[in-house]
Design a protein around this ligand. Structure first.
Ligand code: ZN
Length: 256
């Protein structure tokens, strides 16, 4: 699907529902994230990773060059660091077994907030949006197409050791100031510029609502985990999602 001249949206399977992710291809050789099976045939020269999670780095090995934010580079390069950030020990392999082409590999260059990458007549502005991961970035292409990565407008997620709720909220606020024509979340359908602000607003409210409920339960002397505050019910394997919920609850409690 062509979003604008030379900029294409590639939906991951089921509109990029996890374990797949949507990607954006700029001309033929620069791809943002690699969670769609089609990438295997596209063989782009360069892949930009919005962050280090498996559904975004899944196809890194097909590209000649991989770029990411410096704070996420180590987890893209090293399985040990990837595993450490999830905090799940060997259980993390459950997430990796479904990606036949995933391999940890060298990040050839890093980018930082505010930097503009020039590629075949297109401009990609890097917007560092930490919270989901430490080095999570969004990209604004030619000032009109905003790739949102995992600020996915659906389910705010901050269950890794390098996640941070306060930073997540600040990143949402930052994105509200941008008025693109089209916004592309890594998961789910594209959103028009007019709808973006209201979707970001309700996304932000989800986080604030969780915060309120967690503090309410703590005040009552209850454990907030397993009460439906974050996951309405835990998907399988339950113990892993319960672990993520506990991490996320702790992240809320770290917030002032
Ligand atoms: Zn992610």
């Amino acid at each position: 699907m062509e979003l604008s001249d030379g900029v294409f949206l590639i939906y991951g399977r089921n509109h990029g529902r996890y374990p797949y992710a949507n990607c954006v291809l700029v001309e033929k050789d620069l791809l943002i994230d690699g969670g769609a099976e089609e990438v295997w045939n596209l063989r782009p020269e360069i892949i930009l990773n919005s962050h280090w999670h498996e559904d975004h780095i899944a196809m890194n090995n097909v590209a000649k060059h991989v770029f990411s934010h410096e704070l996420d580079a180590k987890a893209i390069e090293s399985y040990e660091e990837f595993k450490r950030r999830y905090g799940l020990g060997e259980k993390v392999d459950l997430f990796l077994s479904i990606y036949p082409n995933l391999g940890f590999r060298k990040v050839n260059a890093t980018f930082e907030n505010g930097e503009t990458l020039f590629f075949e007549g297109k401009e990609l502005e890097v917007i560092h949006t930490p919270g989901h991961s430490a080095g999570h970035c969004c990209f604004l292409i030619n000032g009109e197409i905003l790739y949102l990565g995992d600020i996915d407008l659906q389910f705010p997620w901050y269950g890794c050791l390098d996640s941070d709720v306060e930073e997540f909220l600040n990143s949402i606020k930052l994105l509200k100031k941008i008025s693109p024509k089209i916004a592309v979340p890594a998961h789910g359908e594209v959103v028009s510029g007019e709808d973006l602000e209201i979707k970001l607003e309700s996304y932000e409210n989800k986080v604030l609502e969780r915060d309120r409920k967690i503090r309410e339960l703590i005040a009552l002397g209850e454990d907030p985990v397993g009460k439906g505050v974050i996951y309405r019910r835990f998907p399988e394997p339950k113990e892993i999602y319960e672990f993520f919920e506990r991490v996320m609850v702790e992240k809320h409690l770290e917030m002032r």
